[in-house]
Design a protein around this ligand. Structure first.
Ligand SMILES: Nc1ncnc2c1ncn2[C@@H]1O[C@H](COP(=O)(O)OP(=O)(O)OP(=O)(O)O)[C@@H](O)[C@H]1O
Length: 369
């Protein structure tokens, strides 16, 4: 099972610019979490702090007993081997073949023989569906293939924690869905803890177990996906609805005068479906169910009494369906979840989840005995 990541009171500034402060959250082991936030709110800086590539000014990041924020560099370096990192652009070396790029961490960090390296690299290449492309240079393949190569490289050291920085950037919606499916499938196979930083609402709505959002130098919320997806925080509603009205401005937050002008113009109608808890993506046919799902149900059951009403209703709907399915649940009309537990989910909606595509990346598409 993946490893829990505990972040406590994390604060980071560059000179006089505070990026975020007092960020506290726990990434539950083996679960998938997503961190949202408008551009420039410090999501990448957060990932770098988690993996110990940037030292925060205050706070701790506990991974397997190592504080990634304050330990000696030697200990951080060792603990970093637990991580797989997928950077925005795949961060591949342009002059190296995909094979050599993917082999790089093994050659750098292990003393494995070339034959063993070849076995591992080819296994990961198959896993992400790049068989046949291993001799190509990064410049000779598409952006989506580069992402998958980056992911293969992130997987060669058998990470127990996978951090993905905007895995969707530069991908079309179809490739983004394939990549989402790949991440869910990897989680089903590896049971690794995964944190994805993204702006992509489709990924945010369908992939994670937990969601958080950074805005205005603080963590607005972090918890079970139902909390953020039903939240009535203005910044969350604006972000999920992709609206102009709200506290997020073109470059940063809006000033009070702009907010006052908006208020005078009257309430903005909510876009349909904005606060809907849509079904979570499931592993491809032939793969095991994600072990995290059952663990999360037990965990969230304990949290139920602490959740806002709309989130509680959505979680209850999910629990009612147990292992059979994940129910779609729409927040009832009315202010802030209406203080009501809401209607039971419409059974007709339960099966609206798109079937897992059968023609997937080779590994996931192949028949299993
Ligand atoms: N090494 C650094 N030195 C100084 N400032 C930095 C450094 N790294 C990041 N920043 C600043 O930190 C802020 C947050 O950057 P970051 O890249 O984490 O944002 P982000 O939320 O990931 O944005 P995007 O969604 O656009 O990728 C930015 O203002 C950036 O200029």
């Amino acid at each position: 099972m993946g490893i829990e990541v505990v972040v406590e009171g994390l604060t980071k500034a560059f000179g006089r610019q505070t990026i975020w402060q007092d960020v506290t959250l726990t990434l539950p082991p083996g679960e998938i979490s997503v961190m949202l936030g408008p551009s420039g709110t410090g999501k990448t800086v957060f990932l770098k702090a988690v993996v110990g590539l940037l030292r925060p000014d205050r706070g701790r990041v506990l991974v397997n007993g190592v504080d990634m924020a304050n330990s000696p560099e030697r200990d951080i370096f060792e603990a970093r081997k637990l991580f797989g990192l997928l950077f925005q652009d795949g961060a591949l070396f342009g002059s190296m073949s995909l094979f050599d790029n993917i082999a790089f961490p093994l050659r750098e960090h292990t003393k494995k023989k070339e034959s063993e390296i070849r076995r591992i690299v080819m296994e990961r290449i198959e896993l992400v569906g790049l068989v046949g492309a291993e001799r190509k240079l990064p410049g000779e393949i598409s952006g989506g293939m580069r992402k998958r190569a980056g992911l293969a490289r992130a997987l060669v050291l058998d990470p127990q924690i996978i951090l993905c920085d905007e895995p969707d950037s530069g991908l079309d919606p179809v490739r983004t869905t394939f990549l989402s499916q790949l991440l869910v499938d990897l989680n089903a196979e590896l049971d690794a803890t995964i944190l994805i930083v993204t702006h992509n609402l489709e990924i945010a709505r369908t992939v994670p177990d937990n969601m958080g959002m950074l805005f205005l130098r603080r963590l607005v919320t972090f918890g079970p996906r139902e909390v953020l997806l039903t939240s009535d925080e203005p910044v969350v509603e604006q972000f999920l609805g992709g609206r102009m009205a709200g506290p997020i401005g073109m470059s940063e937050e809006k000033d009070q005068a702009a907010l006052d002008r908006e208020a005078l113009a009257g309430p903005v109608p909510e876009r349909a479906g904005t606060r809907e808890v849509v079904p979570q993506m499931r592993p491809s046919a032939g793969l095991p169910e994600r072990r995290a799902v059952r663990r999360r149900r037990e965990r969230v059951r304990e949290l139920l009494h602490t959740l806002p009403p709309a989130a509680r209703a959505a979680v209850e709907a999910d629990l009612r369906h147990g292992d059979r399915d994940t129910a779609a649940y729409t927040v009832p009309d009315g202010p802030a979840g209406g203080g009501t537990t809401g209607p039971a989910p419409d059974p007709a909606r339960v099966d609206t989840r798109p079937e897992a595509p059968t023609l997937l990346l080779p590994r996931f598409g192949r028949r299993r005995s």
